[in-house]
Design a protein around this ligand. Structure first.
Ligand code: SF4
Ligand code: SF4
Length: 207
């Protein structure tokens, strides 16, 4: 009996129904005939035909960066730290976003608000906030973890740079801009007497 291809494996594992393939069966198979097109049209003419047909297809080339690329509405781009309507920061420095991040890309240090220097409506605010875009994989787990909806993601994807330091974004770079009616913190609470007023109702901004 000739040795099978499975080498020295246990015959009990292989089973007794293994069929020995006849040697040389592949070599006896007749060679495939060339397609009719290959027999009638020379190869160079086929190549030029592909090129000619391509001239009538829709052009998909994008002229980026001369024509800005428009992303899908829910694209995960650069992060934004949002503000309340009076300009106070929504971030309370809880670090939940940093704990949720699988890439360890977020660094937060919380600070205590005082009546003389208030940055957010609650007791604490994000004194230091950094996102390392060399680590971030834009998964969005951090924005899911944020309890105040302070942290969201924009559609901005233009984050390339030529050095590592500039890809660690600071709080100042991530903060949302001041809109009309907003005031640069620190300043007192304008929308209520305590932080619940900021989350449980939407009062008008005091003058
Ligand atoms: S998007 Fe993902 S990887 Fe990037 S900072 Fe948030 S949790 Fe971390
Ligand atoms: S961004 Fe949100 S989750 Fe992160 S520290 Fe601020 S409040 Fe907490």
């Amino acid at each position: 009996m000739s040795e099978s291809r499975s080498g020295d494996r246990d015959p009990a594992v292989r089973g007794s129904a293994e069929v020995e393939r006849p040697q040389g069966a592949t070599a006896a198979r007749p060679a495939a005939r060339p397609a009719l097109r290959d027999r009638l049209v020379p190869a160079p003419a086929q190549g030029f035909g592909v090129t000619f047909a391509q001239m009538f297809r829709t052009v998909t080339t994008e002229q980026y960066p001369f024509e800005p690329k428009v992303t899908k509405p829910r694209y995960h781009g650069r992060h934004v730290l949002n503000r309340h309507p009076d300009g106070l920061e929504k971030c309370v420095g809880c670090e939940l976003c940093a704990w949720a991040c699988p890439a360890d890309a977020i660094y937060v240090e919380g600070g205590d608000n005082t009546e003389d220097a208030r940055f957010s409506p609650g007791e604490r605010y994000g004194a230091v906030y950094q996102i390392n875009y060399l680590r971030c994989i834009f998964c969005g787990l951090c924005i899911e973890a944020c309890p105040t909806r302070s942290l969201t993601m924009s559609n901005d994807f233009e984050l390339a740079d030529d050095n590592r330091r500039d890809l660690i974004y600071t709080k100042e770079q991530l903060m949302a801009p001041l809109l009309p009616g907003m005031e640069q913190p620190p300043h007192p609470m304008r929308l209520g007497d305590d932080e619940k007023d900021y989350y449980l109702r939407e009062p008008e901004v005091r003058s």
